[in-house]
Design a protein around this ligand. Structure first.
Ligand SMILES: NC(=O)c1ccc[n+]([C@@H]2O[C@H](COP(=O)([O-])OP(=O)(O)OC[C@H]3O[C@@H](n4cnc5c(N)ncnc54)[C@H](O)[C@@H]3O)[C@@H](O)[C@H]2O)c1
Ligand SMILES: [Zn+2]
Ligand SMILES: [Zn+2]
Length: 341
């Protein structure tokens, strides 16, 4: 079957790969929609690993339920992409997201388990969730990024009246801002280097205001807006200037949650965290409960993920979609791929 695989630095190729075979264990699905994620962009930029078929956010139809006796052919599902061991301290404490094995065989993020940028895929049975009929395929494919934002906001422990700054207005930042508001934040701001994304965050109603991170007066403007700095900053970019601005924008004793990923080590002024006794937390993925909660929030119309959807494309257009998403000037947020197109 046709797939999109990493060929080199910022380069994909359309590649024939084997269709997944029934093995009585894995759930096999026909992929309907697959999301392009900011994390996928890091792999594409690095060009490694060659041959990786990405796509860890998706909606599909079961063609073989494998070991899942509660599923049947035709059920609509999504899944957590992770591969936790199930027996370590992290797994047994309900936190498979930081099990040391969780990314070894992650679907769409490892060479062993190709993702949803192909018409069919195999999924580890215990990660699969059947989804209700009243959410669209597109929404189902956005469960995963929703859960990332929910987890970050849970770790940030947002309280009613908190002032929250989100650095980066990609889907992860926007969803984090949305949940911070739902948790009762009195003021939510977004900082962006791309004015189109900053403006969109306000238009979509997830942020009260946006700040241009490239403005030489950025730090003064941001801090003066809250008198003494934000109670909470959620960093959703991962680069050095963005992480630095999270440390300069938070108030003394405040909380910074780092969600953004950098594949390379970066230099940041840790002295700010020391001098201001900041609580700096990392946030990775989500718990199974948070993933399930996001499905329920969409089904009960508590959140609208569709407003973040910018366009849908076929496999041939994946390369140009990545170019668009890294241009720094596009207002596209979530691009979904239909691997049958
Ligand atoms: N920790 C996790 O579990 C997890 C899960 C998913 C994604 N991520 C990471 O979160 C980050 C965001 O993901 P995304 O899908 O929203 O990515 P994205 O690339 O769509 O969004 C990042 C945004 O940050 C903006 N930006 C860049 N530098 C900035 C700066 N100095 N100040 C303000 N804004 C700046 C960019 O213009 C862009 O809009 C990525 O690094 C991704 O790898 C982490
Ligand atoms: Zn993702
Ligand atoms: Zn484990």
């Amino acid at each position: 079957m046709r797939s999109v695989a990493i060929k080199g630095v910022k380069e994909f190729e359309i590649k024939e790969i084997e269709e997944p075979k029934s093995d009585g264990y894995n759930v096999i699905i026909d992929v309907k929609k697959a999301g392009i994620c900011g994390s996928d962009i890091h792999y594409w930029v690095s060009g490694e690993p060659i041959g990786l078929v990405m796509g860890h956010e998706y909606c599909g139809i079961v063609t073989d339920p494998g070991r899942r006796t509660d599923l049947k052919v035709g059920d609509r599902v999504t899944a957590l992409p992770i591969s936790p061991c199930g027996i370590c301290h992290a797994c047994l404490s309900g936190n498979p997201q930081y099990c040391i094995h969780t990314w070894d065989k992650a679907t769409g993020l490892s060479l062993t388990n190709p993702g949803a940028l192909a018409p069919k895929m195999a999924i580890r049975p215990d990660m699969v969730y059947k989804v209700p009929n009243n959410i669209t395929d597109e929404e189902v494919a956005m469960t995963e990024p929703a859960a990332v934002g929910l987890h970050a906001v849970h770790l940030a422990d947002v309280k009613v009246g908190n002032r929250v700054l989100v650095i980066g207005g990609g889907i992860i930042g926007l969803v984090s801002a949305m949940f911070a508001k739902m948790e009762g934040a009195s003021y939510v701001a977004i900082s962006e280097t791309n004015p189109k994304r900053g403006e969109k965050a306000v238009q979509l109603g997830v942020a009260d205001e946006w700040f241009n991170a490239l403005d030489p007066e950025f730090s003064n403007k941001v801090v003066s807006r809250t008198y003494e700095g934000f109670d909470i900053v959620i960093e959703c970019c991962g680069n050095a200037p963005a992480v630095t601005s999270s440390l300069t924008s938070v108030k003394t004793g405040g909380t910074v949650v780092l969600v953004g990923v950098s594949l390379e080590p970066i230099t940041i002024p840790t002295v700010l965290a020391v001098m201001h006794e900041l609580k700096v937390l990392g946030a990775i993925a989500y718990t199974k409960e948070e993933f399930r909660t996001c499905i329920e929030l969409m089904a009960n119309k508590r959140i609208n993920m569709l407003k973040f959807l910018s366009k849908e494309i076929g496999l041939e257009d994946v390369q140009s979609a990545y170019q668009e998403l890294t241009s720094g000037t596009s207002d596209s947020i979530k691009i979904l791929v239909d691997p049958n197109k």
